[in-house]
Design a binder for this molecule. Structure first.
Ligand SMILES: [Fe+2]
Length: 238
């Protein structure tokens, strides 16, 4: 795929990026094995053969959506928090305005021929995904943030799949429906929760296991701020 601007002599301004932040978390293998055991226990709890499904097992809709409150996951979430702080810094968001809260976190288990359909985490602000175990060819994550709203799609429908198969379009960063990100074991990926994402079908025999965490940003002080969620201690249930 050509780099942006590579084939052009014109001065191109490419605005409005979507940033997917990827880093190594650096968890010890022994700790990862411990977490894998706990997730496998949850996965097998219902005594159902999840491998028969076309889509991956996701803990959030199976009753295991609060991994962040479990003692055994404490160190994992401490490390994720550090990375989210760096993500915030990278996007030039001040460090004294928002508190960040884990609201939901769950594991996903993808077996051979399974994928995760495109979806958004609509109730959340920031999503972090930790890759606990990524066997070779177990499926990259694809981000499709602007499907139908790509700024460079000057003809509606230009970005349909057929355009790439019939030679109308050559894949490039200018006109692309999405982007794949190659991930490995111990990678952490952070992106805005509103970003549509899914995974490619796994061709691996072993399971791919990841942990997703949804994070909400809440104002530390709402004084003279019109937008953003006010501090939680001022909320009243009725
Ligand atoms: Fe997701």
């Amino acid at each position: 795929m050509p780099e942006m601007g590579e084939e052009s002599v014109a001065d191109l301004s490419n605005f409005f990026p979507l940033t997917a932040y990827k880093s190594k978390l650096g968890l010890a293998e022994s700790y990862r094995v411990e977490l894998l055991k706990e997730i496998t226990k949850d996965y097998k709890k219902e005594n159902i053969d999840h491998k028969k499904n076309e889509t991956a097992w996701t803990g959030d809709v199976s009753g295991f959506e609060f991994l962040h409150v479990r003692k055994s996951f404490e160190n994992l979430f401490k490390e994720i928090s550090n990375q989210v702080e760096t993500y915030r810094e990278t996007l030039k968001v001040a460090d004294n305005v928002f508190d960040f809260y884990y609201t939901r976190s769950w594991a996903t288990v993808t077996t051979n021929q399974q994928d995760i359909q495109f979806h958004k985490h609509l109730q959340s602000h920031i999503t972090a995904v930790y890759y606990l175990k990524v066997p070779k060819d177990s499926g990259d994550i694809i981000l499709e943030p602007f499907l139908g709203y790509n700024q460079n799609e000057f003809i509606p429908g230009l970005l349909q799949k057929k355009s790439f198969t019939d030679g109308t379009l050559e894949p490039s960063l200018y006109l692309s429906p999405g982007a794949g990100i190659n991930v490995e074991t111990d990678d952490i990926l952070i992106f805005p929760s509103k970003t549509s994402h899914g995974t490619v079908k796994s061709k691996a025999q072993e399971s791919r296991i990841s942990i997703s965490a949804d994070i909400v940003a809440v104002l530390k002080d709402s004084n003279s701020k019109e937008y953003f969620l006010p501090p939680l201690d001022m909320w009243r249930k009725f």
